[in-house]
Ligand binder design. Sequence first.
Ligand SMILES: Cc1cc2nc3c(=O)[nH]c(=O)nc-3n(C[C@H](O)[C@H](O)[C@H](O)COP(=O)(O)OP(=O)(O)OC[C@H]3O[C@@H](n4cnc5c(N)ncnc54)[C@H](O)[C@@H]3O)c2cc1C
Length: 453
Amino acid sequence: MPSIMWFRRDLRLRDNPALLAAMEAARAAGDGEVLGLFVVDPVLADASGPVRRQYLSSSLAALDASMGGRLQVRTGDPRAVLPAMVQLTGAASVHVAADYGPYGSSRDSAVEQALGAVPLIRTGSPYAVAPGRVTKDDGTPYRVYTPFHRAWMRHGWRSPADDPGEVAWLPLAGGERPPTAADGGVVLPAAGEQAAWERWDAFRADGLADYADRRDRADLAGTSSLSHHLRWGEIHPRSLLAEIGEGEGDAVFRKELCWREFYADVLWHHPRSARASLDQRFDTRMPWDTGASADDAFTAWATGRTGYPFVDAGMRQLRAEGWVHNRVRMVVASFLVKDLHLPWQRGAAEFMHWLRDADLASNAHGWQWTAGCGTDASPFYRVFNPTAQGLKFDPEGDYVRRYVPELAHLPGKAAHEPWDALDGYAHGYPQRIVDHRHEREAALAAFATLKGS
Ligand SMILES: Cc1cc2nc3c(=O)[nH]c(=O)nc-3n(C[C@H](O)[C@H](O)[C@H](O)COP(=O)(O)OP(=O)(O)OC[C@H]3O[C@@H](n4cnc5c(N)ncnc54)[C@H](O)[C@@H]3O)c2cc1C
């Protein structure tokens, strides 16, 4: 009797404990054949933007190629597809990496029920340390990152799983090919396990040592650009942690991986926080802007036409590449919430639509951190000045000129302040839609109304 390896957010063969478990079970129950399956779940597919669909289709094609073309793809509700595949193959067990997201965990419970006597076996997760494992001494979850990080380091993680070697993939006639998604209009990097390892190897060789110094600079390629590979499990954080050394850049990089684990942990403990503010006053009492002018402001922000060069460069990078530098994500998020007075959920949804690394936990909590309503949030009164941030983290204006052609004629840091240049608006760059100083005061006044409530 074969077993089924149901791939979801773990589109790789190396360092994949669930795959090893599937192989082991298949050897124990028969001739060791494993059916490799991906289910295109309409619920998730419909909720994904074109960028994620496009990236997923390339990643599945890469996985299929690494399996010698044996990946089985089926479209449908997993509660129906999995039992049908078990019946078709006579599989004795179904293997997955545990999903800790709100939708994924309840879907898995439902699939488990639908499978009846055939077990759904969870081995491993997309994290080095699974959500819920790192707790305070009294068993309660951490709400603040720094002590979580200390405890996470103390807890430690397993070594990478063994190489699976040759997998006896069960051949099956029929089925679907990995979906080919329409071009999302975004230039995407190569997908798949091999591309992930090549990216990591290049970053480890050339970027890791300087990571602590360069990671905040929007104009430099100073970060790993691994987030989409981690999002789809083309490489596991445990594999990276095993290769990280003791240098300063290594330590900072390890801390960034820990932010991903922290936010997954927070979401696991507070599933509603995917869409609701952890500080509920932000959803019930904050006087957000509404109506047609709010919609116009949102559109200007989303399309990179606010008149603030660093913000506009970021939002245009999002639509061009499906990725934005972390510093710029914070600045554009702060601008939406504190300069335009719009709820973070609107911006988070826009990010989920466009980001190639869109991840519910990191996104919702990255937004809540910036908005000041999340776990360990930056205080609301810390309002990013979009121009000062640009001058600091893009000191020569290169980042702005790369994404905002209307400002390409302004040399050096002048690109950040077109209002100071005689020809600043000569090529159609829009005027500022709001006055930052004024909106900062308005945001603080709105926040003051929450106090004591
Ligand atoms: C408003 C906002 C929304 C965000 N949405 C997402 C998202 O949907 N998906 C996502 O993966 N990251 C998100 N982030 C975190 C961060 O911006 C990206 O992980 C990072 O920019 C990815 O680039 P990189 O791989 O080069 O990062 P690197 O700097 O090389 O970091 C290495 C890895 O650490 C993790 N990481 C780094 N910073 C963070 C962080 N602040 N929070 C969580 N994980 C982190 C990522 O997995 C990243 O790939 C968001 C941040 C903000 C402020």
